[in-house]
Write a protein that binds this ligand. Sequence first.
Ligand SMILES: [Zn+2]
Ligand SMILES: [Zn+2]
Ligand SMILES: [Zn+2]
Length: 461
Amino acid sequence: MAEFAIKKIPNDQKKEIGLISDFKNTDIRQLALYDAVVLDYTDRQGCEAFIRQCRGSFIGTLYLMPIFILSLNKDITKTVEVLSDGVISSLQVEPIIGLIDRIRSKQQNLAVIDSSSPEVRIMTKFLRYMYTRERKIEPIIDPKSHIGYSYPMLSDHYNNGNTVEMFRVLDNIAHNEYARPTFVDKLHLCSECYSSFLNFRETCPKCESLDIITENLIHHFVCAYVGPEHDFISDDYMVCPKCNRMLRHIGVDYDKPSVVYNCHNCSHIFQEPVMEAFCFVCQKRNPIDALIDKSIYSYDLTQIGEESAVNGFGREVKEEFDIQGFITFTTFNIFLKYEIERSKNSQKPSAVGSLILRISSEDRVKMGSSYKKLMLEMADFIKNATLSTDILSFVNNTTFLIISPNNESSELQSLLNNIRSSMEKLLQSSLPLTPFKFDTRVISITGSQNHTDCINQLMAN
Ligand SMILES: [Zn+2]
Ligand SMILES: [Zn+2]
Ligand SMILES: [Zn+2]
């Protein structure tokens, strides 16, 4: 019976402290009735699963619940240790009551943050946990994790397939100065799947075979011949293939200046093998320079982070921002006027177009500075995909405008379609849960138009 699964631990402060030993029959929602809970570590797996379930919740009363572990010899896993508020070896709970009060009083400062964005909710959680615990968040070495490390409050929200997302949240936290990162380790990750379960191995530069062996290179002093060791062996002696003398003493009549590689597959002999990193997860053979370098940090809450933990992410993105190579809307209008004028006199067709990102302003604000980063990335892509004679502008934080003096409208349309499909991929991978869409519009410049009408048409909803 669920209601009996949690036993009350008597204490002189009259705190509601529950003891849980039977994890299977405990309904996690019942925790809300307690000031703190103690988990019996006798059932190790049950205990770990249970604490992960609490900390993995998005409900503040659950993930911020003061949780202690009851273990006589205090021999608990790192994950359980990090996720708990302490380990006790008896049911004398008086010593932990001070800590429970501190956590609870900090918890009372927290304003309600209502957000449907998973990223905002995860960041909120991350900061609130640090704030109420007054402790930093450190990565723990975890062979079960895709990358070899896990962040106990964070990693359970990301299965191994979306490590990229987790790094993005962490980068976001550091970038916005919510937390101060301290370097811990550097990882080399598979470029395909972000796994660090890699085998670094030598391959043949000619045929890419792995079946290669190393051999000493022998230098015969007398005749100056240099060759692989197997050239020199005849029965029990080493005989120089060039001068037929016997080699006796290393250092006296010969030495081994280096090693050579010999490919069993194609018989190629070489000195510099090509290194590759084979991924055990997705089986990609990564060239070494394609691996993703990622630093791992621990995080300390900053003043800004503390404010955000308590009140939410108030600081918004600056409303307009300038992008290099993009002109202002006013200047764009002038150029468009000229271009219409020009096409009156020449027969050369040209076009003007727009690419508009439709995303709710609420989502934009939630993304904070990462929205700006994304727009800069898009702007960069557009700059590279268009002609140097094209005139670009970025308005309202969402709309890219382009005058293309050397393209017909059909060419500009297909260019914008290509840009759109690349941008959709970029956004889908960086914002998988945010609804968005792109509109593209193209108008052929004929010389008889009014530039304001063109602009209205390009920017209409
Ligand atoms: Zn020789
Ligand atoms: Zn080979
Ligand atoms: Zn991989």
